[in-house]
Every structure is written in C-alpha cells, then in structure tokens.
Design a protein around this ligand. Sequence first.
Ligand code: C2E
Ligand code: CA
Ligand code: CA
Length: 448
Amino acid sequence: MTTGGSRFLKQPLAAGSGGFVPEKPDMMRSRDDLLKEIQRLNDGALPENQLLLVVVSVADIKRYDDIIRIFGYKFAEAMLTIRIEDLTSMLPDIELYRVGFWSFGFVFDATKMSDHKVFLDSLVAKLAEPVICRGIPVPIKAGVGVCDLKKDMGSSEDFLQSTFLASQVGGTSANEWVACKDDKANDHRRAFSLISDVFQALTTPDEFELHYQARINLKTGQCSGAEALLRWKHPTLGVVSPGEFIPLVEMTGYIKPLTGWVLSKAIAQTMAWHKRRIFFNISVNISAKNLEEDDFVKLLEEKLDHYHLDPKYLELEFTENSLSFDQVAARKKLQAIRAMGVSIATDDFGTGENSYTGLASNPANIIKIDRSHIANVTEGSRLQAVVKSMITMAHDLGMIVVAEGIETGDTLGMMTKLSCDYAQGYYMCRPMLVEDFEAWYEKAYAGG
Ligand code: C2E
Ligand code: CA
Ligand code: CA
C-alpha cells in the first residue's frame, strides 16, 4: 500500500531536467510550460517511440468530489500530496507539470529503459494502491494516458488534450495505461467545435429542429401525443444527435437557452395542433442542469402563459440522475412543476442506482421504462417478471407507465399483456419532422 508523509520530496532532478520537485502542487510548472515543451520537442526531428508524453489523472473528478464531500478539502489536498510523492519517487529524474486539478503530465525518454511498457505497467500498479492518508486507506484509481510525441496529433494543445482524455479512459477501465489514438484528438476538436457553435446555432433559423415521436395508448390504440426530440443540423458536421451534443452543451450555460428554445417550439406546436382540435400531449426532455437554474419554474410558467397551453398537456422528462445534484432543491422544483399541473416523467427508468428505492419519494407521475429492459422482454420469463414488477409497483403508486424502444409487434403485444399504459418505438413510428409526423398520423388514424 502507498503510505507517505505530508511533505513533498525535495530531491534534485537529474542533470538537464532543470530544477527541484516543487514543495507545493501550485509551484509546479504549469500546463502552459508543458505545451511549450511539447511544441519545442515536436519542432525538432524526433525518432519514433522515443519521447512519450504521459498524463496521470490521480482520480476522476467524480471520485474527487466524493472525497471532498466526505473528508473535506484539507484531506483531499493531503491525499494529493501523497500521490505526488508517489509519482516523484517513481520518476526521480523527470519534471512533472500540473496539467489539471488532479492531473500531471511529463515527458519521458523511452529509449532509456529496457522496456518502457513494463515501467508504465508498474506506474499504473503503484497508483492503483489505496492512498493511506491520516491512517485511512482510501482507494482511488488513477488513469494513465500515453502518447508518442512523434505522432501527428495537430497542435500541442490537441496533443495534450488527447493524452489527458486517454488518462480519463484509463481511470475508468481495467488497471492499464491507455495509449492515445489519433481519433481522440479528432473527438476533442469535434466536441470543441460543437460547443463553440451552439450560440450561433441558437440564433440561426433552422439549425436546430424538433422531431416528434408518437406515444400510443395501449388500451385504446390511439396516439395520445408525442415526444419532442432535438436534432442539430450543423453546417459543416451534418446532423448531430442529441446523445452527442446535449452532454457537451450541458457543460456550458447554453443548456438554458437551448432547453428554452425546445420548450417554446414544442409548446407552440402543441397549441397549433390544439387549434386544429388535435389534442395531443407533448413531452419535452429536460436536462438535469436545468433543474439547477433558480428561475426554471418561473420561466416554464411564463412559456405556458405566453402560448396559452393548458399545463395538463405538457410533460417534462427527466432522467433519474437529475435528482442527484441537490436532491432537496431539485425535488422542490419538480413538486412546484407538478403543482402547476404539468406532468413529470422519469426517463430511462430502471437504469439508475436507486430506481426502486427512489420511487416512493419520486415526484414524477409517469415512468418511462428504459429500452434496455424492453428490448428482450419477449425472450424470457425472468425479464418479463422484472418488467411486470416495475409496472405493478408504479401502478400501486398511482403512476402511469410508458414503454420506450418498442421495435417489434411481439414486444408491443407483450407490453400490452403486462398492462403497460403507453408505448413508443420504431415499430409504431420513428421520430419525424412535424410534416411527416402529421402525415403518419393522418394515415394511421384518420384514414388519410
Ligand atoms: P430519450 O429521451 O431516451 O429518447 C429516446 C431515444 O431513443 C431517442 O434518441 C429516440 O430517437 C430513440 N428511439 C425511439 N424509439 C426507439 C426504438 O424503437 N429503438 C431504438 N433503438 N431507439 C429508439 P435520440 O432522438 O437520438 O435522443 C437521444 C437522447 O437525447 C434522448 O434520449 C434524450 O435523453 C436526449 N434528448 C433528445 N432531445 C433532447 C432535448 O430536447 N433536450 C434534452 N435535454 N435532451 C434531449
Ligand atoms: Ca425522453
Ligand atoms: Ca428514454
């Protein structure tokens, strides 16, 4: 196990590496210094497999948050100090750069070792040991990302980012270091481009658009309404799925105007249907981040007023993790939304850790059973028993149950047999632009 005192080692670095291991992490050379070093090395003629850039992420950010929450800042800092000592004792001749809050980078010459892979394995093994801090063993899992400086990875910024990303992958996978791939840099560039372009897209007509997927009442066979699903027609990247861009936008303040745009568009469309005496409900996906906004409930109320939509026709879908940030505040907002007459659905039900235990205190009045439970429901009595118990429990709590991801007639039949209330899925219809959705509806229900 890793133990350590509270001081940083002060051993001299080998000749040529220039300096001493700093006493405090904030005295270390910075990310910018490392970027300059990468640039300098890349500008020189490099043989392949000689110089490697390594990034060590001491723990992932979620774990770091947990440690601060449970043990406090000072303890977290003391742990970091011990980990830096571990690193410097394994890398006595190498200069460490601080590249992120809990991440450190260094360049090392692979030709100086008989087998650099063995060395990297031993580094990972060492960092997989629990840190003993103030007598308490705390398991934290470091990730190690490695990149050959010879590789053409774009700018030094891209290079470092790719190695950092590889270290993050390393922290979540088995105990092994992760070599960078070129596509990591591309992923990073793509993500950055998407984030940079959101604002522009929000102010450009038609870059974002809503598709609608029907929800079918399993008792009557009627279409009760639709779920609005966002699409981004990016001018250079083509159609980008919300599964890719929503998590990125959630990292910025733009999730607020984006959700606002979706709500306005979906509510306005629903009103347009109502004016034609098609009384559809509309479901809108809301990000967990929106629940952190102080004025979310007020803005929602204003939108309903503005478009004169009766709140009973609106449903907001949240995933189970929406409640994990600040449970009390989030729950209060959800209750206020329910009090307005708007429905709340728990999306992807059955994928969270607390699906069952959280159900009793869940302010939602609808659960949407995740596709992963539905896909194989016709294939075994055990799966059916699980889905059946979800439905029974929700019904006992007075909740409505929707099955998502119905792809076959057999699955639809099984969900009807299991007393599920509503269903969505490609078998009935895919998400479509409003004109196609209306044409589908006409054909399916009005004999058009
Ligand atoms: P979700 O809310 O669980 O939406 C269902 C996803 O499954 C949609 O993917 C839909 O196109 C797809 N789907 C529907 N029926 C089937 C089926 O039978 N089989 C299969 N394999 N898939 C089916 P989509 O549109 O790519 O959306 C992905 C996720 O992005 C959504 O998952 C939702 O979490 C998020 N999302 C979509 N629109 C918005 C939005 O306006 N705001 C926010 N915050 N998130 C959104
Ligand atoms: Ca949804
Ligand atoms: Ca879902």
